[in-house]
Design a protein around this ligand. Structure first.
Ligand code: COA
Length: 167
């Protein structure tokens, strides 16, 4: 059985991520969406909150499971066995970084492949940061976020506005 691993910060999951998840779930027998740590980012949601969001958004996909891991992706993949990393490519600008990551992961875990799915054209502009910025304004978020998480997302934005903690 071939396992796909779709890693990311998912802070929060967007409809662009959901699109990649659905398509990858159709390719692999089993897809693990894994919330990981990007050391360069200061997340708005805890690892547990991001896992909960992803579980709600993928509840209708029986071969998708959601996990979290705060170590190296290449080591996580090694522990899972027969798997391929899945990443979404939105634009040429993603390529260089993703190419470097794929090579580093393969260096640490020889034989580990990374497969790239091109983002649907209507989602190429999307990123979690853009959505967090939009959340500051009175914008209809249903074009960016899955409906299952919009209310919790807005609550967090309101808490931050009132001077509360980011997480
Ligand atoms: N739709 C919408 N947005 C997308 C997308 C898509 N299809 N594909 C990517 N994005 C967005 C992400 O939301 C993210 O937005 P943000 O920068 O505003 O948060 C951005 O594009 C970059 O995505 P990605 O390159 O996947 O970064 P990431 O932070 O989500 O995930 C990890 C990176 C977590 C997979 C990576 O840091 C990692 O592997 N960490 C574990 C430790 C490790 O092994 N490090 C590597 C060795 S140094």
């Amino acid at each position: 059985m071939k396992i796909g691993i779709y890693p990311g910060s998912f802070d929060p999951v967007t409809i662009g991520h959901r699109n990649i998840i659905r398509r990858a779930a159709g390719i692999f027998d089993r897809l693990i969406v894994c919330v990981m740590v990007n050391a360069a980012k200061n997340p708005m949601f805890t690892l547990e909150e991001r896992v909960d969001f992803l579980r709600r958004v993928t509840a209708d996909l029986p071969n998708v499971e959601v996990d979290a891991f705060d170590g190296l992706l290449a080591e996580y993949a090694r522990a899972k066995g027969n798997c391929v990393i899945v990443k979404g490519l939105r634009a040429g600008s993603d390529f260089e970084y993703e190419f470097q990551m794929a090579l580093i992961n393969r260096k640490i875990n020889p034989g580990l492949d990374t497969m790239f799915l091109t983002a649907e054209h209507q989602y190429t502009y999307l990123s979690s940061s853009t959505v967090k910025e939009l959340g500051e304004y009175d914008v209809d978020l249903s074009d960016f976020l899955p409906e299952q998480i919009i209310s919790d997302f807005k609550k967090r934005i309101a808490t931050i506005r009132q001077g509360g903690k980011r997480q």
